[in-house]
Design a protein around this ligand. Structure first.
Ligand SMILES: C[S@@+](CC[C@H](N)C(=O)[O-])C[C@H]1O[C@@H](n2cnc3c(N)ncnc32)[C@H](O)[C@@H]1O
Length: 445
């Protein structure tokens, strides 16, 4: 029996699954403290581990996350001894996910390596570029000190003596966990020094009102902060000793688009993921500081932002509505188009159309790469456009069934706090709005 409704039940093998709430803060305090990067968009490690255990995969199974973010799925898969592949279009998140793979055996040597990198960075003091994106938040001199550290990490751990930019997928895909670790430490250093520009809303990064408001940390403060970040990250890595496997298990973490998954047909045994929300939250903006450390120029940042599913921008080429997206999606899009509020039939309609076009293409790719009888578990959240309910879980079910993915189990978790609720204007239309996060299990028929 298969059905795509709010009721649970469905197929006998899956009916006994006890689904954990995916919310990040459901992890134990020690697991939360062991996280290397505070990615607001992630689900909890205990959720990913629980799902993986519930699937009873073969020991040589391949687990895929096409929207891998900070790497919660691939990390959990790896700790249970499964091969894993994770893609994300945001290079900063690929670095974060790769850094998780640093061996706990290397942890004690990391602070010493950090000091060597700091010493060697001194020779780059004269490096100066007016185009450095870090200058948005930092004075030229401070930006130069951080860039010098970045050049040193790159030269020592990525490319011998020439600079190889992590903006290039071919470079980023190949970097070691050690290189990713030091880049992550530099991300955290820069974020810490720029904390006045990091608001409580985790999806945003502030820009100084004028160049006079830019930060001017000294070279020694930057060096101390970097060493202290490496020290605390090393402790976190070492604390994972109990959960990390000793075996070397293949894990591939790459810059890649869920709309065009670089895997052969039927090659993945399980997909566990959470697609971008339909709440016009720009994932690139939340990592603007990290992307500046990687050297993305304003135009490169803008094109990354536009390429991410769920972006608040609208592309120039119009997207065509496709009847195969299912009745729930089409009815919702009609309601957006007909809504009386400003720009509903123009910007907002196009923006939602673009989101669903991307989601549909991605789900069809998931269907292509997932093996027969493989399981796909997706965490999705409903939302609202003004007062119009956007039943994303139902839309995902209807789209997935086009790709041979049939719903076999569903768990719903209600919450007062949602990604949509972060936007205060959204609350104007529906008072006391709650949201539901749904965990959808699909079987590939
Ligand atoms: C909801 S988050 C996933 C978080 C992840 N489950 C974790 O635990 O960290 C969605 C991710 O999808 C990425 N993304 C957005 N559009 C994408 C696309 N077209 N292809 C691949 N990744 C994309 C975003 O950068 C973001 O990291």
């Amino acid at each position: 029996m298969n059905k795509c409704s709010n009721d649970t039940i469905v197929e006998k093998n899956f009916s006994s699954i006890h689904t954990l709430n995916p919310k990040r803060n459901n992890d134990t305090l020690s697991v939360q403290e062991a996280r290397l990067f505070p990615y607001y968009a992630g689900y909890s490690s205990s959720f990913a581990l629980n799902v993986l255990k519930s699937l009873s995969l073969d020991k040589d199974a391949l687990v895929l996350d096409p929207w891998n973010g900070s790497g919660t799925t691939t990390n959990a898969a790896n700790s249970l001894g499964y091969k894993a592949v994770g893609f994300d279009l945001n290079p900063a998140m690929v670095v974060v996910a790769k850094a998780n793979a640093v061996s706990y055996a290397d942890a004690p040597s990391l602070p010493h390596l950090a000091r060597l990198l700091v010493d060697r960075a001194q020779v780059h003091k004269m490096f100066d570029s007016a185009a450095d994106p870090l200058r948005v938040w930092l004075t030229p001199q401070s930006a130069t000190h951080i860039r010098a550290l970045e050049l040193e990490i790159n030269r020592a751990l990525v490319s011998f003596d020439r600079y190889a930019s992590l903006k290039e997928a071919s470079v980023l895909n190949e970097i070691s966990a050690l290189a990713a670790f030091f880049y992550l430490a530099l991300f955290r250093t820069t974020r810490r020094l720029l904390r006045d520009f990091v608001p409580t809303n985790p999806t945003w990064t502030k820009i100084p009102r004028s160049t006079l408001n830019r930060k001017r940390p000294s070279a020694s403060l930057i060096a101390e902060t970097f060493i202290s970040e490496v020290q605390s990250l090393s402790v976190k890595i070492f604390s994972q000793k109990q959960v990390k496997t000793k075996k070397v298990i293949p894990i591939a973490l790459q810059m890649g688009n869920a709309e065009d998954i670089k895997l052969a047909d039927s090659s993945a045994d399980a997909v566990i993921s959470s697609p971008p929300y339909c709440t016009r939250i720009d994932y690139a903006v939340a990592t603007a500081i990290e992307l500046a450390v990687l050297g993305l120029s304003t135009s490169e940042f803008d094109s990354l932002r536009r390429s991410l599913t769920g972006t608040s921008t609208v592309t120039k080429e119009p997207k065509a509505l496709n009847p195969s997206w299912g009745p729930t999606c089409l009815t919702f899009l009609d309601a957006v188009y007909d809504h009386s509020s400003v720009a509903s039939s123009t910007y907002y309609f196009k923006n939602h159309l673009q989101y669903f076009a991307s989601l549909s293409r991605s789900l069809s790719e998931v269907g292509r790469v997932l093996a027969r009888n493989g399981t796909c578990v997706l965490v999705v959240q409903d939302s609202y456009y003004k007062d119009v309910y956007n039943n994303v879980p139902q839309i995902v079910c209807e789209m997935a069934s086009n790709s041979g993915l049939e719903l076999v189990h569903r768990g719903d978790f209600h919450s007062k706090r949602s990604m949509a609720g972060i936007n205060p204007k959204a609350r104007m239309y529906v008072a006391n709005r709650t949201s539901t996060e749904s965990v959808l299990y699909f079987r590939h028929g």
